[in-house]
Design a protein around this ligand. Structure first.
Ligand code: ATP
Ligand code: MN
Length: 285
């Protein structure tokens, strides 16, 4: 399932044409018929089937023979399209190695104007039914729910970053294409893996940023020690696709859960005992 930088560079123009035709076709079909690909690409059938066989071998496309010969784009084909566009725009020039993998994304470092992180959202696939329950922006079941949901998730994260940067310590948003978000690469470790020298300072810094986000009308809604990076002793809050507005009916519940997660972590690991009511009042005050 991993993106291969080598295949991105060697993708033939016909293969690119076919991936784009599949992407368009997936608005109307779960499995795009060969006939449809012939019409939209205007390529010979032998050329199309040869190119498809390579794309299938690279894990970018899947084939289904019943009830008709149909082809579907899968995540790494979609990754390749996004990377191609980002490379053409000059946002990135080279893809590095995988630096993170969560429940619903895979993150790589890459080279842009400087070092950047590129996060490919992967909503759906195996986890689709549970994801649908959790995410209010999940569309109705369409022909290709994972593609739409992953794109929306990336757009939503990008919107949070552009809204919050630089008032809140978040990665600098650089670009968004399809289900991919390009942002500054944070040079630090996840909070759960750090051994802090001044934990009280870091906790205050986190609460100050939760407060600053709240003032911009934004609640993270999945805040924990896993979604905070520590760079030069300062916190950076990451992983924003599920953010909600402070006008959301469950805003208070979501905010107090975020704060609880953080306070519980600092109590468990550093024996810091902050009053949750006081912290909550301070954040919304
Ligand atoms: P979920 O919480 O749904 O599983 P996720 O964990 O897939 O989401 P993120 O938390 O955004 O998505 O990213 C996964 C990991 O990738 C992070 O824990 C972090 O280690 C790394 N990472 C993400 N963004 C950056 C960045 N801008 N700079 C450096 N590392 C990053
Ligand atoms: Mn995460």
């Amino acid at each position: 399932m991993a993106v291969s930088a080598e295949h991105i560079r060697t993708l033939n123009k016909y293969e690119k044409t076919i991936l784009l035709a599949l992407e368009r076709g997936m608005k109307n079909y779960s499995w795009v018929p060969l006939e449809q690909l012939k019409t939209t690409t205007k390529l010979a059938e032998s050329e199309i089937t040869y190119r498809l066989s390579r794309l299938i071998e690279w894990g970018m496309v899947r084939f289904n023979p019943v009830p008709y010969d149909g082809y579907a784009l899968v995540f790494s084909g979609y990754d390749t399209l996004a990377l191609g566009t980002l490379a053409r725009k000059g946002t990135i020039s080279a893809l590095g190695t995988q630096i993170g993998e969560g429940k619903e994304s895979v993150v790589y470092d890459a080279l842009g104007l400087g070092p950047v992180a590129i996060k490919f959202h992967r909503v759906g696939g195996r986890s689709f039914s549970s994801a649908r329950l959790n995410r209010e922006y999940m569309p109705e079941e369409g022909h290709c729910p994972w593609l739409i949901a992953s794109r929306k998730s990336a757009e939503r994260e990008y919107l949070a970053l552009t809204t919050l940067h630089p008032k809140v310590s978040v990665p600098l948003p650089i670009d968004n294409n399809r289900h991919a978000v390009v942002m500054s690469l944070i040079n630090g470790a996840n909070l759960n893996r750090c051994q802090l020298e001044c934990p009280a300072e870091v906790l205050d810094d986190i609460l100050a940023n939760v407060r600053a986000a709240y003032r911009e009308g934004v609640i993270h809604a999945d805040l924990s020690e896993y979604n905070i990076l520590i760079e030069d002793g300062r916190c950076v809050l990451i992983d924003w696709p599920q953010w909600t507005g402070t006008d959301h009916p469950n805003a208070d519940t979501l905010l107090s859960r975020d704060i609880d997660n953080i306070l519980a972590f600092f109590k468990r690991k550093y024996q810091l005992d902050y009053d949750r009511g006081d912290a909550m009042q301070w954040v919304i005050g």
